[in-house]
Design a protein around this ligand. Sequence first.
Ligand code: FES
Length: 80
Amino acid sequence: MSVTVHFLPDKVTVTAEAGESLLNVADRAGVTIPTGCLMGSCFACEVEIEGQEHPVRACLASIPIDEPILIVRRYDDPIW
Ligand code: FES
């Protein structure tokens, strides 16, 4: 199933496949999500996904199968 993924604040939209790694989708879209450990420990890759109560670590996240549209807001912190 194809999922439309919008990245904010970049305002970039791409099509992804359910189960695809969120970091891979961002990379394909030309959107940089900061990373560190790539193991879920450092929280450098946290993003917000609209409709979810808590931030998500992008290095552990994949495109869900039950959402036709996913809105991902990355933090735009110039210091991090
Ligand atoms: S890169 Fe460290 S938690 Fe994702």
